[in-house]
Design a protein around this ligand. Structure first.
Ligand SMILES: [Zn+2]
Length: 224
């Protein structure tokens, strides 16, 4: 089994449901005896890198503030086995560039951008970014765009996936903004990587999150 200081994500052998939001948990984390989907534990912004390229994996993990190991139970061997890692998208891109020649890295990146554009509903994302700006006038516009892009990518398992119906649901957008603040403006990722449970980590960073959210909310002055 992986060392204790690694976050462990389980790739279930059979279909599982999140014990919190009751959505499908294609990958899950066990906490308080219940399966939690990645959205409910704030890990859904990470991207999956299958095992196989040791140098790429090492570099991607090193560059990733938050990362997790993905394991799956092998029935024949009767133990959990590593399948790959979850890392930050930027860290994976940087690691690929380090590993590949410049030309090849460019081609890979172009391909990835193309896939991303194809899967993303740009108009929907623009509307989401606009709505985030209305709900949080102090949120820097570039940040609102990034949050909308991240939540709006189809097939991602994030808030925005149920796109059509709920995309502009204020509560869903609010959750996406809070998740972004946790990862980018607080010690959250560091705490998780240090082995603090996600529930306790959330509790500890709550004041910092509240502070940012308050400063971004309607009525507060714009902070850039
Ligand atoms: Zn869930």
């Amino acid at each position: 089994m992986p060392p204790e200081n690694e976050l462990v994500v389980i790739w279930p052998v059979k279909d599982r449901t999140c014990g919190i939001c009751h959505g499908p948990a294609e990958l899950l984390v066990m906490a308080d005896g219940k399966p939690h989907c990645l959205s409910c534990v704030d890990l859904d912004h990470l991207v999956y890198l299958p095992a196989g390229d040791a140098a790429l994996t090492r570099r991607a993990k090193k560059g990733s503030g938050l990362s997790a190991v993905v394991v799956r139970f092998s029935r024949s061997r009767k133990r959990y086995e590593r399948q790959g890692v979850l890392v930050e998208a930027d860290a994976l891109a940087a690691a690929e560039e380090q590993c590949l020649g410049d030309e090849e890295a460019r081609l890979r990146r172009r391909e990835r951008d193309r896939e991303r554009r194809a899967s993303a509903d740009l108009e929907l994302q623009a509307r989401m970014a606009e709505r985030i700006g209305q709900l949080f006038p102090g949120c820097p516009p570039k940040r609102a765009e990034a949050i909308a892009r991240h939540t709006g990518e189809r097939g991602s398992g994030r808030v925005g996936r149920s796109a059509a119906g709920r995309a502009l649901d204020d509560e869903a957008l609010r959750r996406a903004v809070v998740a972004s603040v946790r990862h980018q403006d607080t010690e959250y990722d560091t705490l998780l990587m240090a082995g603090v449970s996600w529930a306790e980590a959330r509790e500890r960073i709550r004041p910092a999150v509240d502070h940012v959210i308050a400063s971004w909310s309607a009525g507060a002055q714009r902070v850039l």
